[in-house]
Design a protein. Structure first.
Length: 318
């Protein structure tokens, strides 16, 4: 009996142990694969630094700040307002009644014409890397410029939308040509003025803008060697140390010389000194002058290309 109980107890013990082992076997699967997962973890850990290294080797390009973009759009609108209607009313009020419409249209059409030429080839010749006097035609018809394209400012790592920059600089070009209209108001044919504007814009404004304003941007000056190489790609007068924050050379001196020469070549008005040439409306002139002054906020502060302490300083000085 004792032997039977001993055999029975032994059989129950073995059977119970076998059942326990059988229940434990399914759990052994993850236990086997876990080391494999652990062994794969170092590989992932190794791959991660590699990805991090490649990311650091090619850092993400800076994106325009929405505040700076809004600031540039507002500044551009203010500059456009200086021309139409500001400049048109300013000049129109100073001429005789019979020439009011003519001067208004000369300013308006000049603005429109130069805006089109700026998009066609003006921006490319003024603001692309080329020689010391002209850029190249790589961006003719704004080729390659997309909503994602950016333009450098005066601060490292800070950019603005290139399309906003194109429009802002285009407004500068248009108002510069419009300024010349007043030099020979009432004394030139409409068609002759348009032909002159095309020639002067191409052969005077564009090279001056490139010579004074074009440079590679602050991000190109990472060290002395890179700065020297970048400096050689800048415009001729920029390399000579010319500083023109808001168009003193490119806009005002440039247009003033053209207007002076134009007035000398065309000569006096017919009937000057014999007929009354009183201004048509000093009220219009006052309104135009006020719009010009107000628009100068965008002209000066916008030239900082970002909403910064520099732009704020020019707002206060204005």
């Amino acid at each position: 009996m004792k032997k039977f109980l001993a055999v029975l107890l032994t059989a129950l013990t073995v059977g119970f142990a076998g059942g326990v082992l059988a229940e434990d076997k399914p759990a052994a699967g993850p236990a086997v694969t876990a080391p494999a997962a652990d062994s794969a973890a170092p590989a992932a850990a190794i791959a991660a630094p590699a990805a991090g290294e490649s990311a650091s080797a090619t850092p993400a390009l800076p994106e325009p700040n929405k505040g700076d973009s809004t600031f540039m759009y507002i500044a551009t609108v203010l500059v456009i307002m200086m021309v139409i209607p500001g400049l048109a009313l300013f000049y129109g009020g100073l001429v005789r009644t019979k020439n009011m419409l003519s001067v208004l249209m000369q300013v308006f059409i000049t603005f429109s014409l130069i805006s089109v030429l700026w998009v066609v080839y003006g921006y490319s010749l003024a603001f692309t890397e080329g020689g010391g006097f002209f850029g190249v035609l790589d961006k003719i018809f704004l080729k390659g410029i997309t909503p994602e394209s950016v333009a450098a400012t005066f601060s490292k790592g800070v950019v603005v939308s290139e399309l906003a920059y194109v429009i802002f600089q285009g407004a500068f070009a248009a108002i510069t040509c419009g300024l010349i209209v007043g030099a020979f108001a009432e004394r030139a044919k409409f068609a002759a003025i348009l032909v002159f504007m095309v020639i002067w814009f191409t052969l005077s404004y564009l090279p001056m803008a490139h010579m004074v304003w074009y440079w590679a941007g602050p991000d190109a000056y990472v060290d002395a060697a890179a700065g020297e190489a970048a400096g050689k790609t800048a415009g001729f007068l920029f390399q000579k140390g010319a500083l023109d924050f808001a168009g003193g050379t490119v806009v005002h001196i440039n247009a003033a010389v053209a207007g002076l020469i134009g007035a000398i070549v065309i000569g006096k008005r017919i009937g000057y000194g014999r007929e009354s040439m009183a201004p048509h409306s000093l009220t219009f002139t006052m309104i135009g002058a006020s719009l010009l002054w107000f628009g100068w906020f965008g002209f000066n502060a916008g030239s900082a290309l970002e909403a910064s302490a520099v732009s704020y300083t020019h707002l206060r000085a204005h």
